[in-house]
Design a binder for this molecule. Sequence first.
Ligand code: G3P
Length: 217
Amino acid sequence: MKLFVDSASVEAIEALMPLRIIDGVTTNPSLLGREAGDPHDTLRRICRVVGGPVSAEVVATDVDGMLEEGRRLADLDEHIVVKVPFGKAGVAACAALAADGIRVNVTLVFSASQALLAAKVGATFVSPFVGRIDDLATAGMDLIGQIVEIYENYDFTTSVLVASVRGPLHVVEAARLGADACTCPPKVIDALFGHPLTDIGLERFLADWNKTRGGGA
Ligand code: G3P
């Protein structure tokens, strides 16, 4: 399963790259709006740092506006994937952009029917928001299982990109269900590393070593 960073912070992304576990980045208007400087410049810098798919979202809400903005975003860098919000305009824009060979990530997906439509118009990625479904006391991960099943039934090539990830359990469940990718805020990626028994175990190994062979013996 591919691991993406859900962030528009060049510094946060740069800090994760040496781990060699990051395959791409997703941004959205909320994340990009928080960063200082020109958003297009930030996106170009992220593309250079990651060298993999970087989702950049349109803010237009009509088809023509999405197409114009999407093409401008795609021109920024070869790694840009144009993100469009799900809806009739988003679906039409996805079809047109995909026909031009531009990769599209259909976002704000909350149902299997929406994911089916996104795949039919050639989305490269579909982004179901599991955390926001959980927030409504409904199991967000159930949706991932449904989408994976539907895509397998028809050999759709659209990748399931699990989004709105709130913790390591979402990542593990995404991998168990066969999702293609999972996009995580940096703090969730950090949490994937942690286990108290690893820390305690290392502490014990080092203490034992220092007792026996340590101190230059
Ligand atoms: O990139 C979109 C998505 O991951 C947003 O997550 O935490 O705002 O629901 P969240």
